[in-house]
Design a protein around this ligand. Structure first.
Ligand SMILES: NC(=O)c1ccc[n+]([C@@H]2O[C@H](COP(=O)([O-])OP(=O)(O)OC[C@H]3O[C@@H](n4cnc5c(N)ncnc54)[C@H](O)[C@@H]3O)[C@@H](O)[C@H]2O)c1
Length: 273
């Protein structure tokens, strides 16, 4: 597998590009000389980004696509690959929504929506792009935006955690299968936390309820700009890393404790009786 991907003169797809991390990835890819395909459900945000990038001389294809709609995502995949004419190098399945509901008695409509957008969305993107990337035959990276919630649980956002954990499983399985075929296509999983974007701003009211204005101030102070997350996502996906973890809350210990608990529960080659 080629070690790095240079997006200059190549095509890059970014979903969830109308805002936050996706918009920053698209901007940075345009600055690196890529042609950019952007998708979202927010037409105004797409239009603003498309004219900004075109104003700088970037070739842009902009499409309204609901990531929870397999037929629409597949049609988008076909159109984007045709448009790229053999130059598709990086595909960022980045669109996502938050899912704030109790795990004890969840709002099922919200739960199913979060699974549809955050878990099935990247899987639909994979179905729409990965076989076409394999057939294209040049080095390409399929990049999924997971979350710190891909490897850590948290209260109050169980659908989000379930979807993002699912992405780890899917992305890693896909990575293994592609490596077994010695494919020029590989996979990355970006796992950000606390970027100052549309999604995190939605939680501020909840923090205010729990801890007042001070809790909100502390949370805002702990956030990083989406451009910083995008910088790491762009750099590391060009290097074709699987795990891309741009920042983390002080949760290394939580992850170690989780891994230790699993290791401890593992019988050494036998069934525990
Ligand atoms: N902000 C963070 O701290 C953080 C942390 C971990 C993971 N993430 C992940 O980063 C990704 C980007 O989110 P963000 O933080 O930039 O938030 P954001 O809200 O600023 O951007 C998300 C974009 O996705 C779009 N979108 C939502 N539903 C869609 C759908 N059905 N089809 C197509 N587009 C849709 C939205 O319109 C929006 O433009 C998400 O997958 C999110 O889960 C963010």
């Amino acid at each position: 597998m080629t070690q790095t991907i240079d997006p200059n003169g190549k095509t890059v797809v970014v979903t969830g590009a109308a805002s936050g991390i996706g918009r920053e990835i698209a901007r940075q890819m345009a600055d690196l000389g890529a042609m950019v395909v952007i998708a979202d459900i927010n037409q105004a945000g797409l239009d603003a980004l498309a004219s900004e990038l075109e104003g700088k001389g970037t070739k842009v294809l902009s499409r309204m696509v609901d990531m929870a709609d397999l037929a629409a995502v597949d049609a988008f995949g076909k159109e984007a690959m045709d448009w790229a004419q053999g130059t598709m190098a990086l595909v960022y399945a980045n669109a996502g929504i938050h899912g704030i509901t109790s795990g004890i008695d969840p709002d099922m409509e919200l739960f199913e929506k979060v699974i549809a957008v955050n878990l099935m969305g990247p899987i639909y993107m994979s179905k729409a792009f990965v076989p076409r990337l394999v057939a294209q035959g040049i080095p390409a990276q399929f990049v999924i935006t997971g979350s710190q919630a891909s490897f850590l649980a948290a209260p109050g956002i169980s659908p989000y955690v379930a979807a993002k954990h699912g992405l780890w499983g899917f992305a890693d399985s896909l990575r293994i299968e592609l490596a077994m075929e010695q494919s020029p296509v590989s996979v990355s999983l970006v796992a950000p936390s606390r970027a100052d974007t549309g999604i995190t701003r939605q939680r501020l009211d909840e923090y205010r309820e729990q801890g007042g204005d001070k809790a909100v101030e502390d949370y805002i102070a702990s956030m990083v700009g989406p451009e910083k997350i995008a910088e790491v996502a762009v750099r590391e996906s060009m290097k074709r890393a699987f795990w891309i973890i741009p920042s983390h809350e002080p949760t290394l210990e939580m992850f170690k404790a989780r891994a230790d608990a699993i290791i401890e529960a593992m019988p050494a080659g036998e069934i525990k009786v």
